[in-house]
Design a protein around this ligand. Structure first.
Ligand code: B12
Length: 210
């Protein structure tokens, strides 16, 4: 019987091969893809997030863990799609203009994707115009990440650009990244903020009223 606690451990320890092995075993045994995701992958990644917050893990450990999660997700994703049919919603995500930090953004994207959202990853250094274009192309949430205090104002520029394009009321905006706060979100008129990848999923669900 595939051990989902062992899968979480494999993620925490960044053991991609082991993680893939247990994920495959769990799928073959008919365990629901959502259960594998939540009780194995997301559970592991949550611990990684905690360790990182407490300075018990540093960026290299987070990266190897994320890579292990990604490898398992590669196998799990088609199963999740088969099981879940319709995506919960469409989210365009990117790191704002001038900012190249994408580790947190990728984790958020991965968690959202894992919980059933369709993700349009716009990458890094994303201009307000690109976000507006994504909003015009059917994204229901525009999610922005910034790690530099100097690039945070681009979140405001993007929200202003959405307003100018007449799209502000048609999409929800969600922001995050280490220097970003709820206060800042309120100040610039963002619809949502969250501190980490796991709560980003709850926030997205809340924003779309699911
Ligand atoms: C890794 C890193 C880099 C890497 C980035 C690699 C990459 N591919 O991302 C490299 C080496 C390229 C880099 C470059 C720079 N960096 Co740097 N970098 C970091 C470092 C060490 C870790 C950031 C990180 O990945 N954290 C891990 C992730 C998981 O956390 P996170 O991003 O916060 O994401 C979580 C949450 O915030 C949230 N979240 C994130 N995004 C979103 C989005 C939404 C919508 C939501 C809801 C939630 C959410 O969920 C995530 C998961 O839980 C930090 C220091 C630190 N310890 O934080 C400095 C840091 C961010 N960097 C800094 C600086 C100054 C720079 C440089 C300017 C350095 C230089 N002089 O060249 C350049 C700028 C390059 C650029 N234009 O962007 C400063 C920023 C200072 C400031 N206040 O602005 C920091 C704080 C270091 C420091 N103490 O000085 N950096």
């Amino acid at each position: 019987m595939a051990d989902l606690n062992a899968l979480a451990d494999a993620i925490i320890n960044g053991r991609a091969k082991k993680a893939v092995e247990i994920t495959t075993e769990a799928i073959d045994e008919g365990i629901a893809p959502g259960t594998i995701l939540n009780d194995g992958l997301v559970a592991g990644m949550n611990v990684v997030g905690e360790y990182f917050k407490n300075n018990e893990f540093y960026v290299p450990e987070v990266l190897v863990a994320a890579r292990a999660m990604q490898k398992s997700m590669d196998i799990l994703k088609p199963k999740l799609q088969e099981a879940g049919a319709e995506p919960k919603g469409v989210i365009a995500i990117g790191t704002v203009k001038g900012d190249l930090h994408d580790i947190g953004k990728n984790l958020v994207a991965m968690m959202l994707e894992g919980s059933g959202f369709e993700i349009r990853d716009l990458g890094v250094d994303v201009s307000p115009e690109k976000f507006v274009e994504a909003a015009g192309n059917g994204a229901q949430i525009i999610a922005m990440s910034a790690l530099l205090t100097t690039t945070m104002p681009s979140m405001k520029s993007t929200i202003d650009a959405l307003t100018e394009a007449g799209l502000k009321d048609k999409v929800k905006t969600m922001i995050g990244g280490a220097p970003v706060t709820q206060n800042y979100a309120d100040e610039i008129g963002a619809d949502g903020y969250s501190t980490d990848a796991a709560s980003a999923v709850d926030k997205a669900i809340e924003l779309l009223g699911l």
